[in-house]
Design a protein around this ligand. Structure first.
Ligand code: ADP
Ligand code: ADP
Length: 229
């Protein structure tokens, strides 16, 4: 099953006299349950694509669909509804609410979802059930990021979009965050798109897309991993 289809997708930022062509005709398909890494130099368009896939921004031209839903036909309201229903986000910084425990940070999201996981279930998936009553300040950076992952998946989104999820972590801690993302993918089948420079994620991902100047210049499929998935 194809989850995302992009056809000649472009994004041009205009400010005053200057135009920045952030995406110059991106074509791609992402299948259900895939873990795809977006790789490439700073400014090559990775975040722009992730933001459009997440319904945070509009494309300039071309098509992007989530299953049968043409995201590029939706207005802000339509994108908000798509995002709430189907997309979880993980960013470099965790943005947990400091006055709430890990459990409460996750519960805040599950209160408004249709068919949420129990907070303890989501926290167990990322290996944090024993610490669910800790406050963010009592958790290491890697643990806080795993709470953020639990929060992102607790509404059972079909898609998880991650922008440098290990960017603020050392490599040892980063590995545990990666393990958590792969476990979520294996157990829930969540389609996962990750912008990262982390070499380990590139090894465990099903596919790596290389960006260059607003286009996908190369795609490498990890057939062995994909067979397992
Ligand atoms: P990457 O994620 O690969 O670093 P981005 O998608 O963030 O690349 O950026 C692609 C290009 O678009 C860059 O030249 C960047 O400066 C530009 N850009 C990104 N966001 C904006 C914005 N909101 N306004 C103007 N230009 C932007
Ligand atoms: P990790 O590898 O998950 O980052 P660390 O080895 O850094 O874990 O930390 C071990 C334990 O110490 C963590 O489980 C956490 O409970 C505690 N800890 C780490 N950093 C802090 C901190 N800044 N404040 C309070 N407790 C912390």
């Amino acid at each position: 099953d194809v989850v995302f289809t992009a056809k000649d997708l472009t994004k041009t930022y205009v400010s005053g006299e200057t135009q920045v062509h952030a995406l110059r005709g991106v074509n791609l398909e992402i299948s259900a349950g895939e873990v795809v890494v977006l790789l490439g130099p700073s400014g090559s368009g990775k975040s722009t694509l992730l933001n459009i896939m997440g319904g945070l921004d509009h494309a300039t031209s071309g098509e992007l669909s989530f299953k049968d839903l043409r995201l590029t036909d939706l207005d802000d309201r339509g994108l908000t509804s798509y995002r709430r229903r189907h997309v979880g986000f993980v960013f470099q910084f965790y943005n947990l609410i400091p006055s709430l425990t890990a459990y409460e940070n996750v519960a805040l999201v599950t209160e408004i979802a249709d068919d949420p996981m129990r907070p303890e279930e989501a926290l167990a998936l990322v290996g944090l059930e024993p610490r669910m009553h800790h406050f963010p300040a009592q958790l290491s950076g890697g643990e806080q990021q795993r709470v953020a992952i639990a929060r992102a998946i607790a509404k059972r989104p079909e898609v998880l979009l991650c922008d440098e999820p290990t960017g603020a972590l050392d490599s040892r801690t980063g590995v545990r965050v990666i393990d958590a993302l792969m476990k979520v993918n294996a157990e829930l089948g969540t389609t996962t798109v990750i912008i990262t420079h982390n070499a380990i994620i590139q090894e465990v991902a099903h596919r790596v897309l290389f960006f260059s100047d607003g286009q996908i210049s190369k795609a490498v499929t990890n057939e062995a991993r994909r067979a397992v998935a």
